[in-house]
Design a protein around this ligand. Structure first.
Ligand code: GLU
Length: 330
């Protein structure tokens, strides 16, 4: 029997990083090519037939829309081919959750797309990159992975792009799906699934990048004690199309910021209420009357993912109710 064919797309990150020594934290992301990285995966030839392409080689702090469009186009092209069964993207961990979520909404295939990376550079003692890449290939090669949307595989855990977030600045076990838990685990070169994502993704998503070369501008305002509307006003003056407020607790808003956001909405800027709290949903009409202000509650999407959904939503409609419906269904 022939092995599943998996394409590895390299984008850089710590997984491709090299350090000043085996045990110090100083290092540079995106130094090694993906073809070099797959040399450190002994036994992978029994799991999948691998090919690789380097898309970019950067620290993921520099990830953004231009590369996302390029990645999405290449992934859609590759997955339309009969001779590609799945894709693994090597990626820095800083923005991995955002790239995963963006792709989850714009990839048009039920074949698996997996993001993986490393917290320790390739030259460090106990580098986690090879094990993560191996596990990522295991997941991408498995038929049971089809239809589960874009996933993040790190530390033998399989995460849904929607829920996963980076919790720790430095810990190897940094990724967590704080609201719903992992989709499954990788053990002994196989994946053991426990659940599937319920919200719309990939083949059920309406978002399409055809004919679009940029996304609407959406900024995030991070809440804190002693609020003022200055940052909101600056985004309105800079003609942002939307604002996500990473609010207090259940998306609460200091009264001065609320007045800025109310004015922003009256000027046509869409406003999403999210939370700076890491766990739990920002629920509709709790302490803030969303209907009165025409604000949208982010539900269990964190602020950085709410930003991406609002950007994609604004490519389809300016209607507040339609946008609100997207936050209820994606
Ligand atoms: N800045 C790096 C990146 O995201 C560090 C994180 C990592 O890859 O672990 O590319």
């Amino acid at each position: 029997m022939s092995l599943p064919k998996v394409m590895i797309l390299g984008t850089g990150g710590t997984v491709a990083g090299t350090g000043v020594s085996s045990h110090e934290t100083s290092y540079t992301s995106g130094q090694l090519t993906v073809s070099k990285l797959i040399e450190s995966l002994p036994g992978i030839e029994t799991v999948a037939d691998l090919q690789c392409e380097q898309v970019v080689n950067i620290g993921s702090q520099d990830m953004g829309e231009e590369i996302w469009f390029k990645l999405a186009a290449r992934i859609n092209e590759l997955l339309a081919q009969d001779d590609i069964d799945g894709i693994v993207i090597t990626h820095g961990t800083d923005t991995m959750e955002e790239t995963a979520w963006f792709l989850n909404l714009v990839v048009k295939s039920s074949k698996p797309v997996v993001l993986t990376g490393a917290m320790r550079p390739a030259t460090a003692l106990g580098a986690d990159g090879p094990a993560n890449m191996f596990a990522g290939v295991v997941v991408a090669a498995d038929k049971a992975s089809h239809g589960r949307g874009v996933m993040v595989v790190m530390n033998d855990k399989v995460h849904d792009a929607r829920d996963v977030t980076k919790l720790s600045t430095t810990a190897v076990d940094t990724f967590c799906s704080p609201n719903f838990g992992v989709l499954g685990h990788v053990h002994n070169g196989t994946v053991d699934y426990q659940r599937s994502p319920q919200r719309k993704h990939t083949t059920f998503s309406k978002f399409d990048l055809k004919g679009i070369d940029h996304l609407p501008r959406v900024g995030i305002v991070y809440a804190h004690a002693s609020g003022s509307s200055d940052v909101v006003d600056a985004l309105v003056d800079a003609e942002f199309d939307g604002i996500v407020h990473a609010g207090l607790g259940n998306g609460n808003i200091h009264h001065e910021v609320l007045s800025g956001l109310t004015d922003a909405r009256l000027k046509g800027v869409q406003v999403v209420r999210s939370s700076r709290a890491q766990v739990g949903a920002t629920t509709e009409d709790a302490e803030v009357d969303d209907d009165r202000y025409e604000f949208i509650a982010s539900g269990s999407l964190n602020a950085q993912k709410a930003r991406i959904l609002l950007q994609l939503g604004l490519t389809r409609t300016q209607d507040y109710r339609e946008l609100r419906e997207m936050f209820r269904s994606y």
